[in-house]
Design a protein around this ligand. Structure first.
Ligand code: ADP
Ligand code: ZN
Length: 596
């Protein structure tokens, strides 16, 4: 057995590498550079942690996320790895102690912020030390186009100049080709081997449903499926995150708001509670996310539609990093489409930029409206393919009904035309349904040929027709007049009767449910599970670390199924390496024995 494999088992307590971890690790152990693109939860950390242990000297991990370093270091120390960090939260004496450990060869891993690393003093320190490798985490931060750009990351090319003999491994979960090119260029990684892992996250169940009554839909989802789970609820506006968090608290959930407008100290507290306590829900804008390294986020719920498929994938990707079942749940409706289209058209930026944004929004809408497998569509967006429909998204689990919407679409388009392309969807529906009100009389819309021709569909069904026509680009939203719908070139063949259209039949507010109430499989004894969780919680509290740093849920579940009775048996549980066996074996074995 080689060193890497041996460390995987004895330190981390894992059986085997995931593809392509072993190839990456071998490359770095052999002194080569690597660029790693792997989805969130794919297992990037092992790719530098193991080479750092195998190679001589200390592995230096550059990470933009100071707030998370402490937990990363705690998790490593739990495994018996000699880890520390250098960042602005340490005082001078503490920092000096870490530097001494580094120089005397007593560190396996050192986490450091980029702005510190690039100081001359620090570079000089590293030149005296024995460095095993440089790992550049969240490498997409070098990209000036992405929203995580960090100017300090641009300086990191100097690593190659100052330390040409030390292997570098850059890691990111951001998929697109442009970012990849930028990373290679700016970090001077032209010689690096590239490893691109598949982007599929099979344990995440994607579900997108029609927004009817957002609060009660969310409540039902949480009560039925995640009554005690940790999760993230994304909203578009800061105000809304606060309102929803407050409302969830009133419903008995442990919910906290998070957005860029909150005082930094409060933000930090909320993030820390999310990481350290169990079952906390964060209601957040997109400001919450990067590097939320929490493995047991059981759901990500979107109350508003993200602007791009990239954002959707990144945000939903925060669920289920531990590989256990997790939900990506979203509701969306016509208002989302109208709002986002308007935000885009009024944003600054060149026409070209706006066109690109519209294009990306269209892809997102396409994902919402498709009637085939969501995962297939998501992966194909990132240039990946799936051999067959996934069986773990709403459209696979409950195939969508479609109907021939040609007649309805034609009526909808013609009422837009006849009313002069100046009205919003509510009024248009009133005209179609032959309503009698002031506005209709004022504009004499009761005299139109389309007046009252749409009584066969109700209000909700008409909204569905209009939404799909907007989403698919037959209609656009006029900015000059709030929410007014206009015809697009694309609708001509449809209006002329040369083309038909299949529409999605919306299942009113229904979203395919998970079979089980919680993520617990049926063969697990809930009593034992709770007892083990309590043991984990106490240990975590004593040491001031998040519970998952002691053991992941997966390890606890395995304990429930295998029910180990001896240290030897306990050592075979996933995530139990030598150190954790020594440290926690007896406590958990006692819980198991007492329970039986
Ligand atoms: P990433 O940084 O890519 O988002 P992590 O490195 O945090 O992902 O790994 C995600 C989860 O998968 C962690 O809980 C980690 O311990 C686990 N993991 C990684 N590699 C393996 C493996 N070979 N076998 C079992 N679990 C693994
Ligand atoms: Zn599917």
């Amino acid at each position: 057995m080689n060193d890497a494999q041996q460390i995987l088992q004895s330190v981390f307590g894992y059986e085997s590498f995931r593809d392509p971890q072993d190839a990456i690790i071998q490359t770095v152990i052999d002194g080569g550079d690597a660029l790693v693109l792997m989805p969130t939860g794919g297992g990037k950390s092992l790719c530098y942690q193991i080479p750092a242990l195998v190679r001589h000297g200390c592995g230096v991990v550059i990470s933009p996320l100071i707030a998370l370093m402490q937990d990363q270091v705690s998790a490593m120390r739990q495994l018996g790895v000699r880890a520390s960090y250098l960042n602005s939260t340490l005082d001078a004496a503490e920092a000096r102690a870490v530097e001494r450990d580094l120089l005397s060869g007593e560190l396996d891993l050192l986490y450091i912020a980029p702005e510190r690393l690039t100081q001359e003093r620090c570079l000089a320190l590293f030149e005296q030390a024995d460095i095993a490798l440089f790992a550049i985490d969240e490498a997409h931060c070098v990209s000036q186009w992405g929203h995580d750009f960090r100017a300090d990351y641009l300086q990191l090319s100097l690593l190659h100049e100052r330390f040409p003999a030390i292997p570098r491994i850059a890691l990111t979960a951001t998929a697109d080709a442009r970012t990849r090119k930028e990373i290679i260029l700016r970090l001077d990684l032209a010689e690096a081997r590239q490893f691109i892992a598949g982007f599929d996250r099979p344990n995440i169940r994607y579900r997108i449903a029609l927004k009817t009554n957002p609060r009660s839909q969310l409540l039902r989802f949480l009560q039925d499926e995640h009554p005690q789970d940790a999760g993230i609820v994304y909203c578009l506006s800061r105000k809304k995150t606060e309102e929803i968090a407050l409302w969830l608290q009133q419903q008995g959930f442990n919910a906290l708001p998070y957005h860029a407008g909150l005082p930094p100290a409060l933000r930090a507290t909320h993030q820390a509670r999310f990481l350290r306590e169990e079952g906390v829900i964060v209601v957040a804008t997109i400001a919450f996310g990067m590097g939320i390294d929490k493995p047991d986020v059981r759901f990500v719920a979107h109350l508003d539609m993200p602007k791009t498929v990239e954002s959707y994938y990144q945000e939903t990707g925060r669920a289920g990093r531990d590989g256990e079942p997790a939900d990506a749940w979203m509701i969306y409706g016509l208002q989302d489409v109208i709002k986002l289209r308007q935000m885009m058209a009024t944003s600054d930026g060149s026409e070209e930029h706006k066109r690109a944004e519209q294009h990306r929004l269209n892809a997102m809408l396409g994902l919402c409206e498709i009637t085939s497998c969501r995962r297939e569509s998501l992966l194909s967006y990132f240039g990946d393919t799936l051999a067959q429909p996934c069986g773990n998204c709403d459209t696979c689990l409950e195939p969508v009904d479609t109907w021939d919407g040609t007649e309805a679409a034609r009526k909808a388009l013609s009422v837009v035309y006849r009313t002069g392309q100046r009205f919003g969807v509510n009024h248009l529906i009133e005209v179609l349904r032959g309503a009698d009100n002031d506005k209709i009389r004022q504009f004499e819309h009761h005299t139109l040929s389309t007046y009252g021709v749409g009584k066969e569909l109700d209000n909700t069904q008409w909204r569905s027709v209009f939404r799909q026509l907007v989403a698919r680009g037959y209609l656009s939203v006029d900015l000059a007049q709030f929410g007014a719908l206009r015809l697009e070139e694309k609708c001509r063949p449809l209006l002329r009767g040369e083309q038909g259209i299949e529409l999605r039949r919306d299942a009113a507010g229904k979203v395919a449910r998970q079979q089980t109430k919680t993520a617990l499989p049926a063969d697990i004894d809930v009593g034992l599970w709770e007892a083990l969780r309590e043991c984990r919680r106490q240990l975590a509290e004593e040491q001031g670390v998040p519970p998952y740093v002691i053991f992941h849920d997966r390890s606890l579940k395995e304990m429930c199924v295998i029910v180990p009775r001896t240290p030897l048996e306990f050592g075979h549980i996933t995530g139990v390496g030598q150190r954790k066996l020594d440290k926690y074996g007896s406590a958990f074995l006692r819980v198991i024995n007492d329970y039986l």
